[in-house]
Write a protein that binds this ligand. Structure first.
Ligand code: ADP
Ligand code: MG
Length: 323
């Protein structure tokens, strides 16, 4: 099983940022309102994610290291209406198999918490501990036992920017959650978690950027669209400032990006791209997330209709929208 986990790790945990993503998504799935991420050496030396979520029951802590032991899918039909970010039960076993891993967790209903320590996926101890709120997971010396993977990490600076990108997108997706990123002991980014997307944009991209936005709102029978876009005179040189969220999940979709640009039409200079944070709510039946383990690409039914709605909403926001 350790080998199977290391193989899965090749797919699920490509780099430190993938570990951060999977751990933070678990914290989100656990209903946390406060998530703190600490990293050292761009996550290669140390990653710590602390949350105030539901925690893991004593009897389930060891199970979370087993493959496909997800608590999030209970029936076959759940697979077709996924509401949580995780559902494959692959992340924790994969991450644990390529690191020195600890979980400290408690649930409200139990008198004590649990601390689990594992090395290269093998549990070295599970003991009761003092009760805490939620869960703290630490990942030290990532890839120490898979040197080939370690070699593939070339620049710490690039890894750090992958991590900040992940935290930024997850913060934009969840204005109701307070995120803190601490790098080498210094606070790098923090969102307040009061539900105000414009404030998250200010924390992520700066206050002056957040002042130059238009609000977008539109809906039809199948889709509900909300968010902010930059005014055409405050656009950027690349498309990394576009964040598309479908049912709270950050996705990449070429056609929907194109729909955003079409909404700007001739207002946009050639080679310029908007900053946009668009959150789209759809019936989970219209999306199929089960395409790739990292779940960034998704298939959508009624994609054409959604494109038209996006373009029109953006055009409206730019012609008459409120600041
Ligand atoms: P998945 O998210 O696909 O279910 P993971 O391997 O990411 O699988 O996690 C395995 C299980 O461990 C989850 O289903 C959940 O029950 C539990 N878990 C992991 N992280 C947390 C957390 N921060 N808070 C509560 N439960 C967690
Ligand atoms: Mg998960």
């Amino acid at each position: 099983e350790t080998l199977a986990n290391q193989i899965a790790a090749g797919e699920v945990v490509e780099r430190p940022a993938s570990v951060v993503k999977e751990l933070v998504e678990n914290s989100i799935d656990a209903g946390s309102t406060k998530i703190i991420v600490k990293i050292e050496e761009a996550g290669l030396k140390y990653i710590e994610v602390t949350d105030n979520g539901s925690g893991i029951e004593k009897s389930d802590v060891a199970l979370s290291l087993k493959r496909h032991a997800t608590s999030k899918i209970k029936s076959h039909s759940d697979l077709f209406r996924i509401r949580t970010l995780g559902f494959r039960g692959e992340a924790i076993p994969s991450i644990a198999s390529v690191s020195e891993f600890t979980i400290e967790t408690s649930v409200a209903e139990e008198k004590s918490g649990t601390k689990l320590v594992a090395k290269a996926g093998v549990i070295s101890s599970i003991e009761p501990m003092d009760k805490r709120v939620g869960t703290k997971i630490t990942v030290a010396n990532l890839f120490y036992n898979t040197p080939a993977r370690l070699k593939y990490i070339k620049s710490l600076q690039a890894e750090l920017s992958h991590i900040t990108d992940i935290i930024n997108r997850l913060s934009l997706a969840h204005p109701e959650i307070s995120f803190t990123l601490i790098n080498e002991g210094h606070e790098f980014m923090k969102t307040v978690g009061n539900g105000d997307l414009r404030q998250v944009i200010a924390s992520v991209y700066g206050i002056s950027t957040a002042k130059k936005l238009r609000k977008v709102e539109a809906s039809d029978l199948d889709f509900e669209l909300t968010g902010y876009i930059s005014l055409p005179e405050f656009t950027r040189a690349n498309r990394n400032y576009i964040t598309l969220l479908i049912n709270g999940r950050f996705i990449k979709n070429f056609l929907l990006n194109r729909a955003i640009l079409e909404g700007y039409s001739n207002r946009l200079m050639v080679g310029r791209f908007p900053l946009a944070v668009l959150s789209i709510k759809i019936d989970p039946q219209l999306e199929d997330v089960n395409v790739h383990p990292t779940k960034q690409e998704i298939r959508l039914s009624k994609e054409k209709e959604l494109m038209a709605l996006i373009s029109k909403a953006i055009d409206n926001a730019l012609s008459e929208g409120v600041l």
